[in-house]
Design a protein around this ligand. Structure first.
Ligand SMILES: [Zn+2]
Length: 309
């Protein structure tokens, strides 16, 4: 496997798509905060044929609300956009919907990380024989973040085939982004119950609850209160799409909890699979009026600390 190129020698290619017009607004957001850029813990990069299927799923209207993909672009253009936005580090989350897929996704993700020095080496798993082994191999190969999608995967996180997986992630202190909330649609094992039991068995697990746990926000914030290594990402929260389209608005009475947990909330966006401009997520967070120190922590410093960047 080739050595990653140093960040200093990143290709200077500028984005050429119409979405490049969004660059000044995104850059102004972090510059006004005095940040060196953004760190986005919830972005997706996966093999082209898999991503095409994800896009088709959203655009065919099989999800709840109309969901046109704003960044349906070739991979090099998506990377050029993120870099022009000033996203210094980002994840490359992928996730299987069936057995026999995770190890292949992990080998693609390792190759992607090797040729993309600003992407965090990401990996995934599924409850299947060998999951413990390929997760161990991914950690040994340098994976720095994992993804578990309980809704798309439709699996029980308490499955005994995953016991060695959660155990190793907890022991290694490698964060796992977990989509375990019941938005945009409920799965057989979504909601705070099943994953709450995983945390009870692995209380040191470093979990990043995707989408602030939407729509079960309060229950997942309670898990963060109980377990000090539980974090939450902001992905799609507070956007108009979430408030109007998906009917999963964040309850006003819980807003103070987000400031109390301000060192464990992380910027996530779902780029490129979002039905609005990237800057909208940033503006939605700024609109909470929690102040510049909160935004600086959420948009950069919390992730830098958690991921040792
Ligand atoms: Zn996502």
């Amino acid at each position: 496997m080739p050595e990653p190129t140093p960040a200093a020698s990143l290709p200077a290619r500028l984005p050429t798509s119409p979405q490049a017009a969004e660059v000044p607004e995104v850059v102004a957001f972090w510059q006004e905060l005095g940040l060196p850029g953004l760190i986005d813990v919830h972005t997706h990069f996966m093999p082209d044929n898999v991503l095409a299927k994800v896009w088709a799923f959203f655009e065919d209207g099989r999800s709840r609300a109309p969901w046109p993909i704003a960044y349906k672009l070739p991979e090099d253009e998506r990377l050029a956009l993120l870099r022009a936005f000033g996203v210094r580090r980002f994840t490359a989350l992928s996730y299987p919907h069936k057995p026999g897929m995770a190890a292949w996704l992990n080998s693609w993700s390792a190759e992607f990380a090797a040729r993309t020095p600003d992407a965090l080496h990401s990996a995934t798993f599924f409850p299947e024989p060998g999951a413990g082994d390929y997760v161990a191999a991914a950690i040994a190969a340098g994976a720095r973040v994992f993804k578990a999608h309980l809704q798309v995967g439709g699996y029980d996180p308490r499955d005994e085939l995953l016991t060695p997986v959660w155990g190793q992630l907890a022991e290694a202190g490698v964060p796992v982004v977990v989509h375990c909330g019941s938005g945009p649609s409920r799965g057989p094992f979504t909601g705070p119950g099943p994953f709450g039991e995983v945390l009870a068995r692995h209380p040191r697990l470093t979990a990043i609850i995707a989408h602030l746990g939407a729509p079960e926000y309060g229950d997942f914030l309670a898990l963060a209160d109980r377990y000090p290594n539980v974090h939450l990402d902001t992905t799609m929260a507070f956007t108009e799409f979430f408030i109007v389209g998906a009917a999963a608005p964040f309850p006003r009475e819980l807003l103070p909890r987000l400031t109390a947990l301000g060192d464990r909330i992380l910027l996530g966006t779902d780029f490129p699979n979002i039905p609005y401009a990237y800057v909208h997520q940033l503006q939605a967070l700024a609109g909470l009026d929690f102040g510049a120190p909160w935004l600086r922590a959420v948009c950069y410093h919390n992730a830098a600390r958690l991921l040792n960047l």
